[in-house]
Structures are given as structure tokens and as C-alpha cells.
Design a protein. Structure first.
Length: 130
């Protein structure tokens, strides 16, 4: 569709394929590729602080045949969730406060702005919603 200059979302194409009776395209990942994607995804999330969509774009540039659903599934399997339950939020809040206290005392967080604090947390494998 890009070659003709027509803007169409992936969702629209899937819906049209279903209406026309065409079989859906299913992408299966083998274990080696899934492990490679999992390793890259962990780096994209923790070190580079990418969202699912940004991580997907990087994986596609690297030549992996993967969809946003695969990225979200692998992220959840790695234990990085975007949303948490209320009870988990309170525990996480206390834990993050302890980490920030430690960072203020020993890791030089006093000079960091808010965004750099979030980046510091993610680089230490602690996802925390802004």
C-alpha cells in the first residue's frame, strides 16, 4: 500500500481480509529466534527505556518477523508489566522509595531530573510508571 501512497492501518487490512474470506497470516517464532528477540527486548526495555511500539520498530529494523502482540507477550513473560494491581502498587511504591533513598545517598540521584530518575530505575531493571 505504501508504494501507491495509500494510508491504511494494519487493523483495516485484517478486517478486509476477514471480510473477503482470505486466511489470516500467522507468524510462528521458533525457539532460537524467540530467545534472540527476548534478549534484545530486555535491552530495549531496561537499558534504552523503549515502549512496546519503539521496541517493535527496532526489532523490525533488525530483520525479525514479529508483531506488536509478540512484543507485548514476550515483555509480559519477562516480568515487565505496564499495569499493576492496587496491592502490588503499594508494595512497589515502598520498594521504589527505598531505592530512591539509596540512590540519593549513594548513587548521585540528587543531581538528576525526574526523567533521569526514571531512566536510572529502568536501567536497574525496576519498571515504574511515570
Amino acid at each position: 500500500m505504501k508504494q501507491y501512497g495509500i494510508k491504511t492501518s494494519e487493523r483495516t487490512l485484517k478486517r478486509r481480509f476477514q471480510q473477503w474470506g482470505l486466511p489470516p497470516i500467522i507468524i510462528h517464532l521458533d525457539e532460537e529466534e524467540e530467545e534472540a528477540i527476548r534478549n534484545k527486548l530486555e535491552i530495549y526495555i531496561t537499558r534504552d527505556c523503549h515502549t512496546d511500539q519503539e521496541a517493535l520498530q527496532h526489532l523490525l529494523k533488525d530483520g525479525h518477523q514479529v508483531t506488536l502482540w509478540h512484543v507485548q507477550k514476550l515483555r509480559k513473560n519477562l516480568g515487565y508489566r505496564r499495569w499493576r494491581r492496587q496491592a502490588e502498587n503499594q508494595e512497589l511504591q515502598e520498594y521504589i522509595e527505598q531505592l530512591i533513598r539509596y540512590g540519593l545517598d549513594y548513587a548521585g540521584l540528587r543531581s538528576y531530573g525526574r526523567d533521569l530518575v526514571y531512566t536510572w530505575l529502568r536501567r536497574h531493571h525496576h519498571l515504574y510508571a511515570r
